[in-house]
Design a protein around this ligand. Structure first.
Ligand code: ZN
Length: 332
């Protein structure tokens, strides 16, 4: 079977022309993309990475974006692919080399794990010119890591480094109910208030893959001045709307989660959880008419378009989400 992911199909181009082209601004700052080399996966290589190129650098990102969002210029914030067993030194060094090669357009976040000495993190950030930290639950000691509290994968001393150096922290929170979970609400609100120079970017619309979690919980972060949310890989509109209504339009930043962008399918809320629908787990032939799933990035852009429409946002506000807000965050 030919892999449905990574490649661009006729359906994708037709979808882009029909749904996205007239909405998408000419310039984009993508605040959530992964750059990596497969050689740095010392544990199991994630399936999506295994199906794609060996070396996923900024030029590779730009090539893949040009194929599905033609005619746009890109800047961005990148970090390594946070797989279990990754070679942290190798993955961060690869990113640092990309930053050095593309200083005008690329910013980067250091991949950290909770066991790293805070002074080592501080020194690595300074030496490599990183702008942020990227933590991830798979490095927590909690089992299962999907239930980990924030500080199990982002210790307070790492937040203090982010505060001291004015870094962003990209946080993909876990636990079943995400930002509707009081444990997550309390930790994020407390750490954000205590360390106001650290700028939080809550990935996946505060992990609103089930938008009702963000609708329910985002109010816990209202009025905190150093919290943003990215749009990455979210394919329903409700979480985007809740963030704009509750935190303000200037708190939403576009991100796409490359290479998740190039997964074919989408994520849907179901019950109090969510499910990724792909050809691996879904019989697309069961529908009454032909179903041709498109790439996640296109689904996510359509959801964002719907949110902007529902919120009555004009071109200037939309351009803010796609570039201005994030560029303000990463101004030297
Ligand atoms: Zn990601």
């Amino acid at each position: 079977m030919s892999r449905p992911d990574w490649g661009v199909q006729e359906e994708d181009l037709a979808f882009f022309a029909r749904e996205i082209d007239s909405f998408l601004p000419p310039h984009i700052f993508d605040a959530h993309c992964h750059l990596y080399q497969c050689i740095d996966f010392k544990g199991a290589t994630p399936a999506l990475a295994a199906d794609g190129p060996e070396r996923v650098d900024w030029a590779c990102f730009l090539r893949h974006m040009a194929a599905i969002t033609p005619g746009r210029t890109y800047a961005g914030l990148a970090f390594p692919f946070p797989a279990k067993g990754v070679d942290f030194a190798g993955a961060n060094a690869f990113l640092a080399a990309e930053l050095a090669a593309h200083p005008a357009t690329l910013r980067g976040s250091m991949l950290i794990e909770p066991g790293m000495d805070a002074e080592f993190v501080r020194e690595s950030v300074r030496r490599n010119g990183f702008s942020g930290l990227k933590c991830y639950h798979v490095y927590a000691a909690t089992a299962p890591t999907w239930d980990a509290a924030v500080e199990a994968y982002l210790p307070e001393e790492h937040v203090r480094v982010a505060h001291d150096l004015g870094l962003t922290i990209t946080l993909h929170m876990v636990r079943a109910r995400a930002i509707a979970d009081p444990v997550n609400q309390e930790a994020i609100a407390r750490l954000a208030r205590k360390y106001p120079n650290a700028r939080w970017i809550l990935a996946h619309a505060a992990r609103g893959f089930n938008p009702y979690h963000t609708v329910e919980g985002i109010g816990a972060l209202r009025g905190i001045g150093n919290i943003w949310c990215d749009t990455s890989a979210v394919t329903e509109a409700g979480a985007f709307e809740a963030i704009v209504r509750t935190l303000g339009a200037d708190r939403l930043v576009y991100g796409a989660d490359f290479p998740v962008t190039h997964l074919r399918g989408r994520c849907v809320a179901i019950g109090d959880s969510f499910l990724w629908l792909t050809a691996d787990n879904t019989n697309f032939g069961a529908a009454h008419a032909a179903v041709h799933p498109v790439l996640v990035q296109l689904e996510s852009l359509r959801a964002l378009k719907q949110a902007c429409w529902n919120l009555g946002l004009g071109d200037t506000a939309v351009e803010g989400i796609f570039s201005r807000h994030a560029e303000a965050l990463f101004k030297p």
